[in-house]
Design a protein around this ligand. Structure first.
Ligand SMILES: [Fe+2]
Ligand SMILES: [Fe+2]
Length: 330
């Protein structure tokens, strides 16, 4: 069976057949009458929610776990878009693999963004010593090059191949703006840049190809601190023990109220940068995947999307453009 083009299939009432990837274990929830299953299909464009209402159908997924399935689905729209699964069975097609389904961020884009960010931060005080240790840590053989490959999340934001380094780079860019706004932070620019780079590095161990790894429950904050311990002497030699302990506090406290509470100002700042970056990205992802005019988002219910492409363009020589030109000149 051919891979199902989920983007084309995602139309209310449309019936489609094809192969899909269920990459993370779906949940069984209690409904008004019966239990039902909720999960995600992953495709190179995005992830799409599916629901299975009949127990004899979702028991097939329960028995076989995550993997590639051949399905028949119908698009449905009730409090947001999802697919209702009518038929499902494990795929036996040897010509398709999990990697045909995983969304990814183009490598050139990631490399360019990283280079630009390093340049930007260097001009605001981040030292070559810092970039040296950053380079050494992110290319550590134990990470198997997966810092630039793994996703930043299984759901929610940057859940794509390359998502972890993309999320980290965007946070470093927010730091660059903070170093402009709050000049007194520049004295600690190495500490903040290094801490941001490693704050989620443990996700390399928490996830595997955008799915929870075998030992996901020892979360990325724990695994990040454990991984970095091998650089303890080196970091203390380059800086001092305060620097090393502050980095540890950032890794452990960067989830704010959703984990160990921050115990240093650095952890508090990185937590706010992390929240701003991940929430902005997930709002934009919600807009990009919305099937209707409004988007449903987290605890806030329906949101009106940004009016992208909805403003009337003003021709350059129109009376309005001339008027605004003269107003601007005043
Ligand atoms: Fe995190
Ligand atoms: Fe993060």
């Amino acid at each position: 069976m051919a891979i199902l083009n989920l983007k084309e299939a995602a139309v209310n009432g449309k019936v489609s057949q094809g192969s899909v990837l269920i990459n993370t274990p779906p949940l069984v929830r209690s409904g008004k009458k019966n239990d039902y299953m909720v999960g995600q299909f992953l495709s190179p464009d995005d992830s799409y929610e599916f629901k299975i209402w009949e127990e004899d159908i979702f028991s097939i997924v329960r028995a076989n776990g995550t993997g590639i399935y051949d399905v028949e689905v119908i698009g449905a729209d009730f409090n947001g878009f999802y697919f209702t699964v009518k038929k499902i069975e494990p795929s036996h097609d040897k010509n398709i693999s999990k990697h045909d389904f995983l969304p990814s961020i183009p490598r050139d884009y990631i490399n360019n963004q990283w280079r630009e960010t390093v340049k930007r931060l260097s001009s605001k005080g981040v030292s070559d010593t810092c970039w040296g240790i950053v380079q050494e840590v992110i290319t550590d053989p134990e990470l198997e090059n997966r810092f630039t490959v793994e996703g930043a999340a299984v759901f929610y934001h940057d859940n794509k191949i390359g998502g972890l380094v993309n999320h980290t780079t965007k946070m470093l860019n927010i730091l660059a703006s903070l170093l402009d706004n709050n000049r007194e932070l520049r004295e600690c620019s190495d500490l903040l840049a290094f801490s941001i780079t490693v704050h989620d590095i443990g996700k390399v161990f928490e996830y595997q190809d955008l799915a929870p790894s075998e030992f996901w429950y020892a979360n990325h904050r724990v695994r990040g601190i454990e991984f970095l311990a091998k650089y303890k002497e080196k970091i203390i030699d380059l800086y001092d023990e305060t620097f090393y302990r502050q980095v540890q506090s950032v890794i452990s406290g960067h989830h704010g109220d959703f984990g160990d509470r921050p115990t240093s100002v650095a952890a508090g700042i990185v937590h706010y940068i992390d929240t701003l970056e991940s929430q902005t990205t997930s709002l934009i992802e919600a807009v990009n995947t919305a099937k209707t005019d409004r988007i449903r988002y987290a605890d806030w219910g329906f949101l009106e999307p940004l009016p992208i492409g909805k403003f009337k363009p003003i021709p350059e020589d129109s009376p309005e453009a001339l008027e605004s030109y003269f107003i601007d000149q005043k």
